[in-house]
Design a protein around this ligand. Structure first.
Ligand code: ATP
Length: 453
């Protein structure tokens, strides 16, 4: 985390907007909330769906060397023995011996305090010796909760891909280099969840395992770093708020030959958005050893079998969503009033167009409703007739709706409407006939960010 650089938007402002506009709420709120968990409301769901859809689009639609999978959350417990998670998926936990008794991750404290004996950041108290704490959630399958029935909630989606390597190879008619992609929930009993949805114990991941001939892994690692960086920039994140950080040897995970993190300048400072690892042949070898199945690719041309190496881009859905929101958040003065808006890429915006009657009379609501019903069959649209037009636009600005259509007195005479642009506030008059085509064309057009700073 850099100390000098920070975002101008605070996490509190994002949390407040999420709550005000129904993107994200604290979970179990009527019971007083529960351990930093969150529920997504209507616009949160739409935005999250868009993050996932854009990821799928880049993985599946825009190329033909990746296939999809959706594996179970609870797998055979041996999966986690083989993967090394049972043994190695731990964080060093220390507890304050002073007044506050709080628990911390020792590695976080070491990063923040750099030198000398570590002290509790809350009350300055001494700390216990670090204890390895396994992050996997345990549960039991079946009616008797004994050790034989112990199972785990997956801490990553990747293992569900490795254990299906053979199935996919049989049915997908692919040869290395090829990938298997998955989006799904993961669970980690994090010691220090926090910073809103940045770190929670239940979250969604978007992971892709790319299987390549051994010698090609370093090259593909570099290519995937570039691809994934471009994905964020193409969808509107400012390049100067993204950076790449290579893991040093002491930081590498047990499976990794090389890892680079894409970091984003969150309000809490530079932090990981996505990790791109060269996992070598570790996972396939481990699962072959533990399961007794051969997990290899037979190269017909060379007449030999080999264990492919794996390059893995692993991103968080919730963390990406947070980055898109932070990057899009803006306030500006317009005619003496402060306007808050999300300058989301139109493809990310939960609603693409709002249809608003200027006033709730003179046939305008009925006319606007017809326009809305025509548009919604082509793009995500919303109809709103409640409150003053100014208030309705402010609401749409805050949920990031890129375009607004107003049905007014002139519409009733000549079948045209005003089309308002969220970012420039420019309004143009458009015939209702051509509205759907105009919006579809705008959605396809390359978009560049008019964001400040
Ligand atoms: P961190 O160092 O932040 O704990 P990690 O390096 O353990 O993350 P990975 O195992 O590489 O994370 O997971 C890939 C991605 O999944 C991360 O880049 C992040 O976007 C997301 N992710 C991981 N843990 C969490 C979490 N507890 N809450 C939300 N997202 C997470």
């Amino acid at each position: 985390m850099a100390e000098t650089e920070t975002q101008e938007v605070t996490l509190d402002e994002i949390v407040a907007l999420c709550r005000r506009r129904g993107f994200i709420f604290p979970a179990s709120e009527i019971y007083g909330g529960f351990a930093n968990t969150y529920d997504y409301g209507h616009y949160g769901v739409l935005l999250k769906n868009n993050v996932k859809a854009e990821w799928w689009r880049s993985m599946l639609q825009e190329r033909d060397d990746i296939v999809a999978i959706d594996s179970a959350i609870i797998q055979h417990p041996r999966v986690w023995e083989a993967s090394g998670h049972l043994e190695g998926f731990t964080d060093p936990l220390v507890q304050c011996l002073g007044k506050c008794k709080r628990r911390w991750r020792e590695d976080d404290l070491r990063e923040a305090q750099q030198t000398g004996e570590l002290k509790c950041p809350e009350c300055g108290g001494d700390l216990t010796e670090p204890r390895r704490f396994n992050l996997m959630f345990e549960t039991h399958m079946g009616p008797v909760p004994d050790d034989a029935a112990k199972a785990y909630l997956r801490p990553e989606t990747a293992q569900g891909i490795f254990i299906n390597f053979k199935n996919v190879l049989q049915f997908a008619r692919k040869a290395p280099p090829f990938g298997i992609a998955q989006i799904g929930k993961s669970f980690r009993n994090e010691i220090t969840p926090g910073s809103f949805i940045f770190r929670t114990r239940e979250f969604e991941q978007m992971e892709m395992e790319f299987f390549v001939p051994p010698g090609e892994a370093p090259g593909w690692h570099r290519r995937w770093i570039e691809e994934r960086m471009r994905w964020y920039v193409d969808l509107g994140l400012r390049p100067d708020r993204l950076r790449l950080r290579e893991h040093g040897p002491e930081e590498l995970s047990h499976y990794s030959e090389a890892t680079s993190d894409i970091e984003y300048l969150f309000p809490i400072g530079w932090s990981e958005l996505e990790g791109i690892a060269n996992r070598g042949e570790f996972d396939l070898n481990q699962h072959a050893r533990f399961s007794g199945e051969k997990l290899e690719y037979f190269d017909q041309e060379k007449g030999e079998a080999y264990v492919p190496h794996v390059v893995e881009p692993a991103a968080g859905v919730d963390r990406s969503l947070l980055a898109f929101m932070v990057d899009a958040y803006d306030t500006e003065e317009v005619e003496g009033r402060t306007r808050t808006l999300l300058r989301l890429h139109p493809r990310m915006a939960p609603v693409k167009v709002a249809v608003l009657p200027l006033v709730s009379k003179a046939g305008m609501p009925e006319r606007a409703r017809v326009v809305y019903e025509e548009l919604r069959s082509r793009i995500p649209a919303e109809y709103d007739e409640g409150g003053s037009i100014g208030r309705r636009y402010r609401r749409q600005d805050e949920i990031g709706t890129p375009w607004g259509v107003t049905v007014d007195g002139q519409t009733m005479e000549d079948d045209t409407v005003t089309l308002r642009d969220r970012d420039s506030l420019e309004q143009v008059r458009v015939a209702i006939d051509g509205l759907g085509d105009e919006l579809a064309a705008r959605l396809e057009r390359p978009w560049s960010s008019p964001k400040p700073g």
